[in-house]
Design a protein around this ligand. Structure first.
Ligand SMILES: NC(=O)c1ccc[n+]([C@@H]2O[C@H](COP(=O)([O-])OP(=O)(O)OC[C@H]3O[C@@H](n4cnc5c(N)ncnc54)[C@H](O)[C@@H]3O)[C@@H](O)[C@H]2O)c1
Length: 428
């Protein structure tokens, strides 16, 4: 394929070399004349294992051209990759000036040639910046650009190997033309291809990097506690990583409501206490509990801001198939709501049974008699007079509750938290 790569830094130069070595015709463009000169002399402008050999091989095939002129490069191009830098501003937001400038130049070139182009943003961008890029292309080159987001997952130090064998290929677009072209371009990679809306694709990149950063910090915090205790953190994490069912796995990695129960909060607190004994701090662990408390607070706030008084809470135990109420975030939310004068009605079949029989009877009557009194026998009874229903657990029959959107507002905590305003209220 005929490809342009705009921005020849780590991502751009690696793309140039790897795509060129696979027989694609690649035109690299950069505003930095020194980099362009270096590449034109056949020299990689950055240090990266295997880059020089890959570049030399691509150049020997005669598939690479490098320059500063976007107009010339786009003349023959089908896909234009944009891999300019998106550094941090002081406030943390990304500085999109290079990106918008590059897109402006691309748009001007396409507009003057009236040529269509697939533009794939390889730089890491937030959805707000992507929206600016979209507006720019619609304004400056209307109808000429099939835009997509194709984030890069290479790591410096193993960039060529990562380019050739990525964890996956992300194509963020609603353009069938862009999707087909990128699928064709990456067809020789064995990695799975995921096509999703462009805004979501941008966030896959940020979620990945945030997760990697969090993993490093998590391991460091565990290592720090271990070190202070004279334990091998390496040995602990070595075995920890062998659990691919819960630890290194998709478990616990979906957005939703707060965690709770008899173990997680207690054990996170205990490890923080152990750190304090060694005169050290674990800010990540501390943040975990703070963040969890915030989730509950925000749910309560959503209910209060809706202005309703009568609320049904469907779920009280910390998980669906248990009657365990210890440190349940639903108990915490219920108490905060009652404290704010909400008229609460609770349905939880497991807790209702436990209230009458079983080991938890005593706990319920002793610890949360004020909540136990609010328990009703059926979901219908709970929602009958509610202005807002909080779906905590997916009980059988919950779909009917969700579908009855004219009767009440719905606050669904069973996945990514969603507030759905009462249909009648929206119409009004
Ligand atoms: N470095 C990495 O390991 C890595 C990995 C994945 C994703 N990313 C993302 O990819 C993007 C690029 O990162 P990088 O490390 O390659 O950046 P970099 O700073 O190494 O290179 C950016 C290049 O873009 C050029 N440039 C700036 N404006 C230009 C314009 N208008 N026209 C042409 N060229 C222009 C610069 O001269 C520079 O050579 C960033 O968004 C980054 O977050 C980086």
């Amino acid at each position: 394929m005929k490809i342009t790569v705009v921005g020849l830094g780590y991502v751009g130069t690696v793309s140039l070399a790897c795509l060129g070595s696979r027989g694609h015709s690649v035109w690299g463009v950069d505003i930095n004349q020194e980099k362009v000169n270096s590449l034109n002399r056949g020299l990689a402008p950055i240090i990266e294992p295997r880059l020089q050999e890959t570049l030399t091989a691509a150049m020997a095939k005669g598939e690479i051209r490098v320059g500063t002129d976007i107009v010339e490069a786009l003349g023959e191009s089908e896909i234009c990759f944009v891999s300019v830098a998106t550094p941090s501003q002081k406030n943390g937001h990304i500085d999109s000036r290079h990106l918008l400038q590059a897109c402006q130049q691309i748009a001007a070139a396409l507009n003057s040639s009236r040529k269509k182009q697939i533009v794939a943003i390889r730089s890491s961008v937030l959805p707000t910046v992507l929206a600016d890029v979209l507006v720019l292309f619609e304004r400056e080159a209307p109808g000429l650009v099939d835009l997509c987001v194709n984030p890069e997952f290479l790591r410096e130090g193993s960039a060529i190997a990562d380019f050739e064998d990525p964890p996956f290929t992300i194509i963020g677009t609603d353009s069938p033309v862009a999707e087909a072209a990128l699928r064709r371009l990456y067809s020789d990679l064995s990695a799975p291809v995921h096509v999703l809306p462009a805004r979501e694709a941008t966030l896959v990149k940020y979620a990945s990097n945030a997760f990697h950063a969090m993993k490093v910090t998590f391991a460091n915090e565990i290592g720090k506690v271990c070190q202070h205790m004279g334990i091998s953190g390496e040995a602990v994490m070595e075995v920890f990583c062998k659990d691919t069912k819960l630890n290194i796995s998709p478990s616990y990695l979906r957005p939703g409501f707060a965690f709770g129960g008899s173990c997680l909060p207690k054990d996170v607190r205990a490890i923080q206490y152990a750190a304090r004994l060694c005169d050290t701090d674990l800010p990540l662990m501390r943040g975990v509990l703070e963040s969890n408390t915030l989730v509950i607070k925000e749910v309560v706030q959503t209910v209060l801001e809706s202005g309703v008084r009568r609320v049904a809470l469907l779920g009280l135990s910390f998980k669906k198939h248990t009657d365990d109420l210890r440190e349940s975030p639903f108990v915490e939310a219920a108490e905060q709501l009652i404290g704010k004068g909400i008229d609460l009605c609770i349905y939880d079949p497991n807790v209702s049974i436990a209230r009458l029989t079983g080991a938890n009877k005593e706990y319920i009557n002793r610890t949360i008699p004020h909540l136990a009194r609010l328990l009703v026998a059926s979901m219908d009874e709970a929602v009958a007079s509610a202005d807002l229903v909080i779906v905590g657990h997916n009980y059988p029959g919950i779909e009917a509750v969700r579908a009855n959107d004219a009767a009440y507002h719905l606050l669904d905590l069973t996945g990514q938290i969603q507030f759905v305003a009462r249909a009648a209220a929206v119409t009004a």
